[in-house]
Ligand binder design. Structure first.
Ligand SMILES: [Cu+2]
Length: 161
């Protein structure tokens, strides 16, 4: 299935994040998850992005994601194609040993789809991540991601699905 989505780009906005956002660090065997956050939504918005930094000590893959606030969660990548930023779902995200993989606006991210409620700044969204290790064993890690303002991040983008 070929699924690609056009994302509408907005110019950077000079947004200052106040108040020292808390950093959560979760250690679970060999995957470290740093600074998970979710972009806040407005009423009626059906999808939003979740971002964080993943570091695996042994190579592993992120193979599935779920959250109680979303009907489904996809792993997305973004790529420039003919001057258009395209977003598409990928089946898994590889985590090379010892290398931090950044999920951030404009790059890899998790897409929370079919949102069941608006997500407001300051709320904590539980997200369950399922990893597959090289030896084909699976591990699930649950984190809480902080909701940031709608315009949070280095660039503001709106996803259209
Ligand atoms: Cu997306």
């Amino acid at each position: 299935m070929k699924h690609s989505t056009r994302a509408v780009l907005f110019g950077s906005i000079g947004l200052v994040l106040g108040g020292g956002l808390p950093t959560s660090v979760v250690h679970a065997q060999e995957v470290t998850i740093r600074e998970p956050w979710v972009r806040g939504t407005v009423r009626g918005q059906k999808a939003t992005g979740a971002f964080m930094q993943l570091t695996a000590t042994e190579s592993a893959s992120l193979v599935a994601v779920e959250s109680p606030v979303a009907g489904s969660v996809q792993i997305h990548e973004m790529k420039m194609e003919n001057d258009v930023m395209k977003m598409r779902a990928i089946p898994k995200l590889d985590l090379p040993a010892g290398k931090a993989v950044e999920l951030k606006p404009g790059g890899y991210h998790m897409m929370l789809m079919d949102l069941k409620q608006p997500l407001k700044k300051g709320e904590a969204v539980p997200i369950r991540l399922r990893f597959e290790a090289k030896d084909k064993t699976f591990k699930t890690i649950e984190i809480k991601a902080q909701v940031r303002e709608l315009g949070a991040g280095p660039e503001r983008r709106e996803h259209k699905h």
